[in-house]
Design a binder for this molecule. Structure first.
Ligand SMILES: NC(=O)c1ccc[n+]([C@@H]2O[C@H](COP(=O)([O-])OP(=O)(O)OC[C@H]3O[C@@H](n4cnc5c(N)ncnc54)[C@H](OP(=O)(O)O)[C@@H]3O)[C@@H](O)[C@H]2O)c1
Length: 322
């Protein structure tokens, strides 16, 4: 890990950006700059001893060529405008919006699942996409199961915290009745499913390189501050006993398997780098079926941490090539 690398965090004032700064400080990075919109330029954010003064993310600032790595956590409109400017100036860019996730030629990476794909960006536009906060933990669980017994079909139901909708939404939890946090506030309809459900399917297929995988999702926002949970039903090509699946997942990177009476909860996942997995059992409704439950800190492994892990793979790739 090269702590001398010059890093720009764009969207630094947001829910993901503030966690990104905290994780970078934890990991010993020192040359970090914070960028956001003109609204918060000049404000101060905690970082190390002195904190950071927020700079406006102008084309001039991002295109100056004096930053090695940009971590973007802004919305799609801002990403579309700003990421190419930074990449053209030679920086490695990890983008957490959905802008590049499903575009051919841009790696969509969960390091534990398809980390080798990240370095492909070094031969392309130097842009890597970070998946949706529910896709990341789901693929961490599905990959070892697929490698062992083949995925035939996946059903997933999500229980997503309000921080998944950004810092502004977090300020309203507790002041509005929980019913106000319904999914129509955050997601749009694509036919009869939400864009979140469509993303979860398409991104999972791309990361696992299983373009035909049957996968059906129901995504729901719940009145929880931090931590997304998912109930997952997996149908496998060949039989895998629940105890064997638990052992398999226990040995998989990024996962912490909990045994009853411990179960994954958003409270226990919040602040943890691991995806918590539990309730691993036979799905009584399907042949070769398994059911399980997971919880994950959507701001850490679901966003900021995953992006930093991608960046560290890329930086290692850069130094190997030099
Ligand atoms: N929250 C999650 O769990 C999560 C997980 C995975 C991916 N993501 C993705 O990460 C991105 C950020 O999410 P978030 O939850 O952190 O949102 P957020 O809390 O609303 O933060 C948005 C950030 O973007 C900045 N921004 C907005 N417009 C900008 C512009 N034109 N130029 C520069 N900066 C601009 C904001 O700065 P100001 O303070 O100046 O407005 C703020 O720092 C989104 O694309 C989201 O889909 C979020």
């Amino acid at each position: 890990m090269d702590t001398e690398v010059r890093i720009g965090v764009v969207g630094a004032t947001g829910a993901v950006g503030t966690v990104t700064l905290a994780l970078l400080a934890e990991r010993g990075y020192e040359h970090v700059r914070a960028f956001a919109s003109a609204r918060s330029a000049g404000s101060k954010l905690p970082f190390g001893g002195d904190g950071l003064v927020v700079e406006e993310a102008t084309h001039e600032a991002l295109g100056a060529g004096d930053v090695d790595l940009f971590l973007f956590s802004v919305g799609t409109t801002a990403s579309r405008a700003l990421v190419p400017v930074a990449a053209r100036a030679g920086a490695i860019c990890v983008d957490k919006s959905s802008t590049y996730r499903l575009v051919d030629g841009y790696p969509l990476v969960v390091p534990e699942v398809n980390g080798a794909r990240a370095v492909e960006a070094l031969d392309g536009d130097r842009i890597v996409a970070n998946p949706n906060c529910c896709t990341i933990p789901l693929t961490c669980v599905l990959k070892p199961l697929h490698d062992e017994a083949g995925l035939a079909r996946v059903h997933v139901s999500t229980y997503q915290s309000v921080s998944g909708a950004g810092a502004q939404r977090m300020t309203t939890l507790g002041y509005e009745p929980p019913g106000e946090h319904d999914l129509t506030m955050d997601w749009t309809w694509e036919g009869d499913e939400s864009d979140e459900e469509a993303k979860l399917r398409a991104e999972t297929r791309k990361i696992l390189e299983l373009p035909q995988l049957p996968i059906s999702a129901t995504c729901v926002r719940v009145p929880v501050m931090i931590g997304h949970s998912e109930a997952v039903w997996v149908e496998l090509e060949s039989a895998l006993a629940a105890e064997d699946a638990a052992e398999l997942l226990r040995g998989a990177p990024g996962l912490r398997v909990l045994d009853l009476p411990e179960v994954p909860t958003p409270r226990s996942a919040a602040g943890s780098d691991d995806v918590l997995v539990g309730r691993i059992r036979r799905d009584q409704a399907t042949e070769n079926g398994l059911a399980l439950y997971l919880s994950c800190d959507n701001l850490r492994k679901g966003a900021a941490l995953n992006a930093i892990q991608i960046a560290e793979l890329l930086l290692a790739g850069v130094s190997v090539r030099v």
